[in-house]
Design a protein around this ligand. Structure first.
Ligand SMILES: Cc1cc2nc3c(=O)[nH]c(=O)nc-3n(C[C@H](O)[C@H](O)[C@H](O)COP(=O)(O)OP(=O)(O)OC[C@H]3O[C@@H](n4cnc5c(N)ncnc54)[C@H](O)[C@@H]3O)c2cc1C
Length: 427
């Protein structure tokens, strides 16, 4: 049996939270100093703001601007213990977890593990594509994008050069649309300045989407406006088409087309981060744990799930609430209130609207009362995302970055960083 993780045993009830994303972190902040001993496990020692990952990947923001160290958030708090670890299994009957640093018992357990990229079981696609669910992946993509431009510069053969210059984004949801827009901006504003020797016209950006319209989670008008914006930016939007194969340097589409590229970014779906030991839990679509209106895992005692990993079926959302930050935050607040007060208040979701941005000056916004797009939608997108970031420093840095970028059409963040002992690339 594993050794016990070094956490003091007290007479307080121990609540263990797995995951310090929007849901887990918000819950921990609410529960701390409220009579429980709170233990938070996350594989990272920081919280990551996923909505802006694409800007890190495209060298628009530094990773530290959208990540926040967990220990700093709780610096002056007692009775909270943060452990950077991978949770492996839940021992339901014995009420403890196994992790890569030891085991940890719990009185109550909250699963807030979020979701990861869904490759639909296709190992070939998983191996040969890039995904964007974490700061690490965003940095990896950023390095690759910049290295590919360096390689293109020294590649004389036209055909081979295309592999390094072209990018295919798969998935026309918010992540895919925002990414495609950001890559198009890189092409138009950065490449002509940084890589004057490259012919900008050789750079192609594709967005491949299986559905009839982009942004399926938003209104028809938003989907249409996003498509129009992308087309204006020179993105090749390919709809009603799926990817059938991806190799190291090409992608094959369901219409038979083959695009030569080394960069396929997979943004075509997510799947819940399940945990071993919960095989008897009811799994809903997208590998989400079925919970009751009080966030309790159906069929379990003292185990809860919130955020992207949870699925609560209610008349307005029979397939569960949207997997967005607002759901995670609101569920965390409701569960905190139940755990602190003991009052069983069923969860109700307040839809505050949704938005996506497509490059500078362009965004689409859906509110309950209607839709709008263009410059004011973009300003609103900026304000909402700025306010949602954790930490005053991050807010200021991101704001200054955006202002600088807006004025100069440029950023100075295009470093290819080598994270190795001797500072060299692995051969
Ligand atoms: C690129 C991108 C763009 C997005 N844009 C938007 C947007 O514009 N607006 C919006 O509302 N939503 C957006 N979302 C969705 C939003 O980020 C998620 O809905 C939200 O993060 C869900 O919060 P969560 O706490 O459930 O999960 P997460 O934020 O994913 O947090 C889960 C945490 O659990 C940790 N974890 C997982 N498994 C383990 C384990 N076994 N052991 C230890 N730790 C573990 C992870 O490290 C992570 O910190 C976007 C998502 C992505 C990926």
């Amino acid at each position: 049996m594993q050794t016990v993780v070094n956490i003091p045993e007290t007479d307080k009830q121990r609540i263990v939270i797995i995951g310090a994303g929007f849901a887990g972190l918000t819950l921990a902040k609410k529960l701390v100093d409220k009579g429980y001993q709170v233990v938070v496990f996350d594989r990272n020692n920081f919280h990551q703001f996923q909505p802006l990952l694409y800007q890190v990947a495209m060298s628009g923001l530094e990773p530290s601007s959208i990540s926040f160290p967990l220990r700093k958030i709780f610096q002056k708090k007692k009775d909270i213990h943060i452990r950077m670890a991978e949770v492996i299994e839940v021992k339901v009957a014995e009420k403890y977890l196994t992790t890569n640093i030891g085991r940890c018992n719990f009185d109550k357990l909250v699963i807030a593990t979020g979701a990861t990229t869904n490759f639909y079981g296709n190992e070939q696609i998983a191996k040969n594509t890039f995904s964007l669910k974490s700061t690490g992946e965003a940095m990896y993509l950023r390095n690759q994008v910049l290295r590919d431009y360096e390689t293109a510069l020294i590649t004389r053969d036209y055909e081979i050069r295309q592999k390094y210059l072209d990018t295919v984004v798969v998935g026309g949801g918010a992540t895919g649309v925002e990414l495609a827009g950001a890559i198009a901006e890189l092409k138009h504003f950065i490449l002509p300045k940084d890589y004057v020797e490259l012919d900008n016209k050789e750079v192609d950006v594709y967005l491949v989407h299986s559905g009839e319209r982009l942004l399926p989670g938003m209104s028809q008008k938003s989907g249409a406006a996003a498509e129009e914006f992308l087309l204006k930016m020179g993105v090749n939007v390919i709809k009603n088409t799926t990817v059938t194969d991806v190799t190291e340097d090409s992608v094959t589409l369901s219409d038979g087309r083959v695009i030569t590229t080394k960069k396929v970014i997979w943004a075509a779906g997510i799947t819940g981060n399940k945990l071993a030991g919960l095989e008897h839990a009811i799994l809903e679509r997208g590998n989400r744990y079925k919970v009751d209106p009080y966030h309790k895992l159906v069929g379990f005692e003292d185990i809860y799930a919130i955020g992207d990993i949870a699925s609560m079926s209610v008349p307005d959302y029979p397939e569960g609430h949207p997997q967005v930050a607002q759901t995670a935050l609101q569920q965390a607040h409701n569960l905190a209130s139940i755990l602190i007060s003991g009052k069983m208040k069923p969860f109700t979701y307040k839809d505050k609207g949704s938005m996506a941005t497509i490059g500078r000056n362009r965004a689409v916004v859906d509110f309950k009362l209607g839709h709008f797009h263009g410059f004011f939608a973009w300003i609103l997108w900026l304000v909402v995302h700025l306010m949602a970031l954790i930490g005053t420093r991050n807010k200021i840095f991101v704001f200054l970055n955006w202002v600088w970028n807006y004025i100069t059409y440029d950023q100075s963040l295009r470093l290819i960083l080598r994270a190795s002992k001797d500072g060299k690339w692995p051969s």
